[in-house]
Design a binder for this molecule. Sequence first.
Ligand code: DAH
Length: 351
Amino acid sequence: MTPGAAAAQGQPGDDAHAVTAQALDEVVAATDLRHLDEVRARYLGRGDGLLTVLKRRVGGMTDPAARAQLGKTLNELSTRVEEALAERQAALSAAVESQRRQSEVVDLTRPAPPLRRGYLHPTTRCARDIRRIFAHLGYTAVGGPEVEYDRYNFTLVNMPPGHPSRDTQATFYIDDVRLLRTHTSPVQIRSMVALGVPLKVIVPGKAYRRDYDATHFPMFHQVEGLCVDRDITVADLKGTLEFFARSMFGPERAIRLRPHHFRFTEPSLEVDVSCMVCGGDGCRTCKGSGWIEILGSGMVHPDVLRNGGVDPDRFTGFAFGMGIERIAQLAYGIEDGRLLYENDLRFIRQM
Ligand code: DAH
């Protein structure tokens, strides 16, 4: 029924019925929440809403019975419009919500943005490789203090006070009795004392010397190895280091032992590995010799065994020590060793 038709019937409240019918049509026709708010304001607005205005007019009617009757009708019609508004509002809100959900849908097939991975520093990686290789041979990794007693760092590994051999290891002293350890060898003594024999340990760790040039850094890394048992010979040393060299540098590698001198071993040996670049023919890396020096080693000196509480008449052992940076350079083909200290992420990512 249109408002005009309702008015034409001329009955009380027909205006109200017509206005209500129009309101209900507009409510249904509203296509969004803002539009619906406009409809609400047009019919129920406090000041000039059409139904509000009608209610005000009813208040001014003089016939109490007619006034009550029409007032009641108007209230009912308003309630119907309010209910229609609420229902439509719920429907429109639900539509908005479902649209939002659809637009926020998670596409599980979409490729993920690339994540930047962290990498192990080559020095760390190399230390872990060395540990793993020696773990296969039954070695346990142990540690020791970096601030060490002069006694452990030098005296107990057969470098007594005043001995010129101490000068080969430019030392950072902390006071008269303590220093930054210049090598991992003092952990030989600590291990024998703490763990007893038989014993198979490796000691990856930091060492410090007052050296600073293109190839020397005041802090560097070493791995010490110590094996003490009954009847250990140079043959055991050689087999062990051969296994290490092949695991680290490839199955083709050979090693050779050269006589050398260290205070804490007798005999002392330097160990070369056949060049991993040229295979032994001679190249720039091996300076044409086909061999590259990788570590120092030897049979543990009886005095050192004694200083570790071990009876050299019953036990023998071998020891070795290597620089991790050097091994990393050779194993991973890093030509400039300074790269290992510069913390340049581009270099580390490239590894
Ligand atoms: N401590 C020696 C150094 O720092 C390396 C070394 C040589 C360790 C021979 C050993 C060894 O255990 O037997 O230069």
